[in-house]
Design a protein around this ligand. Structure first.
Ligand SMILES: *Cc1c(COP(=O)(O)O)cnc(C)c1O
Length: 232
């Protein structure tokens, strides 16, 4: 077995155990394999091993890899998206995880219309950890975005996404996951128009088990599958 095969089966096992701890089956959790910085050969190997969803954080990298990666896989944009770059990926990605402003939502709507994309799934990125990362909205901004989404025809809000600081793995991160899960459930119950709280994207290599235990149903895992990234 190759490293990727071994790692992937290990990650799937861990997903299954955490899902069981939260009273669910592994099928309830979508694994997004985060392929940023990794070559197309590794991505295609992962697809051959059954990976159905891949995550990239840069528009430019999606464009470079797009034609060389096997067809049929779903592309997720998980990194910050600048409004002026929406046009490049609007017809390529299955889901945008990192939408954190009304301005960005509006641009996604505009580009979807322009490119004839009937529906584009987005997640709203929330930042509740008070972390210094500049991306993500607080709960107040989230409510405004949900309200605004009612007016959009092509943008489909289908959940929430969050990134927690790596260094603070422990009680407080668990509490953040827990609070976001509660918000996710509240929104699901409140029956906003045009909003379908289907996905809660939280959990990365260092914390996906905790995230799943706290209710995540979509994890974005890179290092645990592909090894350390080389940014040089
Ligand atoms: C890189 C990245 C991940 C994956 O991180 P790992 O620690 O390698 O699993 C997940 N989410 C986002 C938004 C990322 O940029």
């Amino acid at each position: 077995m190759t490293d990727i095969a071994k790692n992937l089966s290990e990650v799937k096992k861990r997903i299954e155990i955490s899902a069981q701890k939260s009273g669910r089956s592994a099928d309830c959790v979508t694994l997004v394999a985060v392929t940023k910085t990794h070559p197309v050969e590794m991505i295609n190997e992962a697809i051959d091993l059954g990976v159905t969803d891949i995550g990239e954080n840069k528009v430019q990298e999606i464009l470079e890899k797009y034609d060389k990666v096997k067809k049929g896989v779903r592309w997720h944009l998980i990194g910050h998206l600048q409004t002026n770059k929406v046009k490049y990926i609007i017809d390529k990605v299955y889901m945008i995880h990192s939408v954190d402003s009304i301005k960005l939502m509006d641009e996604i709507e505009r580009q979807a219309e322009k490119h004839g994309v009937p529906e584009i799934k987005i997640l709203i990125e929330v930042n509740v950890s008070g972390e210094e990362t500049k991306f993500g909205t607080d709960f107040e901004g989230l409510d405004e975005m949900l309200e605004h989404a009612k007016e959009l025809k092509r943008v489909k809000v289908c959940g929430l996404m969050t990134i927690l600081p790596k260094i603070d793995i422990g009680v407080s991160n668990r509490l953040h996951f827990h609070n976001i899960y509660n918000k996710f459930i509240d929104i699901s119950k409140s029956k906003y128009d045009n909003i379908d709280m289907e996905f809660l994207s939280m959990g990365m290599s260092g914390d996906f088990e905790m995230a799943i235990e706290e209710g995540s149903n979509m994890v974005r895992v890179g290092t645990a599958i592909f090894g350390e990234r080389d940014y040089s």
